[in-house]
Design a protein around this ligand. Structure first.
Ligand SMILES: Nc1ncnc2c1ncn2[C@@H]1O[C@H](COP(=O)(O)OP(=O)(O)OP(=O)(O)O)[C@@H](O)[C@H]1O
Length: 229
């Protein structure tokens, strides 16, 4: 098995591409969803964040106020480090757990949907391939304005808060250009999926796992035989 990191920019079409991949039966791990799950009420990360930042970051329901936390992360690098040091290990652990699950289910490759893959850098080393969901700046702006009912100015500000999509192009192994219609995007996704499915890159991990498993079985059999003698 091998890992494929999927990324893009705000409103570039990541969810659209992920839903096509899921329709094709691909294994997709959603980093954003995991990031929300690890800070749910009652989780260890939730308790640590409340301990550190106080009740001021809570909603009346007792859940974390994600907007407030987002503002802290955005404006204060030191506090951002604290929040990351609390949440990142939990997020990685859950990603690893899901990856292993898909490995045991026999998937050849697993897609990790990580919106800030290239910004955070630490995850790229685990990816055999990276996939960028791209769309041209004008289309990105129009889609963001339409989807979030934003003015041109507001949408421009949100896009400017991220690395420009064009600067991510040279970092990606594969680019899905989502500037056109959905059928066009679907065709590109089908092509890439076929390429990844036919790749033999999944073999080394499978062979290593099979060798280790065989070794463990032989060892266990040897030990049992000794115990019986
Ligand atoms: N090829 C396309 N043609 C027309 N509209 C599209 C196309 N791809 C995506 N859209 C629309 O553009 C908007 C953004 O797409 P999507 O939600 O997939 O992007 P995203 O990268 O997941 O966004 P974000 O990370 O900001 O949540 C949505 O309203 C979606 O319906």
């Amino acid at each position: 098995m091998f890992l494929v990191g999927l990324t893009g920019g705000i409103a570039s079409g990541k969810s659209t591409v992920v839903s096509i991949l899921r329709e094709l039966g691909c294994a997709v791990i959603d980093a954003d969803l995991i990031a929300r799950q690890v800070v749910r009420l009652g989780t260890p990360a939730y308790s640590q964040i409340v301990q550190h930042f106080g009740d001021g970051v809570l909603l009346v329901s007792g859940e974390l106020d994600r907007e407030k936390l987002g503002a802290i992360i955005f404006s204060d690098p030191e506090k951002r480090c604290v929040i990351n040091s609390i949440t990142h290990p939990q997020i990685r652990r859950e990603m690893l757990r899901q990856t292993l699950w898909y490995f045991f289910l026999g998937y050849r490759y697993v897609i990790l949907d990580i919106p800030l893959l290239f910004e955070s850098r630490s995850m790229t080393r685990y990816m055999k391939h990276t996939m960028l969901v791209y769309c041209d700046p004008q289309t990105q702006l129009e889609r963001l304005m339409r989807r979030n009912s934003l003015s041109r100015d507001e949408a421009t500000k949100r896009i400017a808060a991220q690395l420009p999509l064009d600067s991510k192009l040279p970092l990606a192994d594969h680019v899905i250009d989502n500037s056109g219609d959905r059928d066009n995007t679907r065709r590109q996704v089908l092509q890439l999926h076929a390429r990844l499915e036919s790749s033999l890159a999944y073999l080394p991990v499978r062979i290593t796992a099979a060798t280790v498993a065989t070794g463990l079985v032989v060892l266990a059999c040897g030990l049992l035989r000794r115990l019986w003698q």
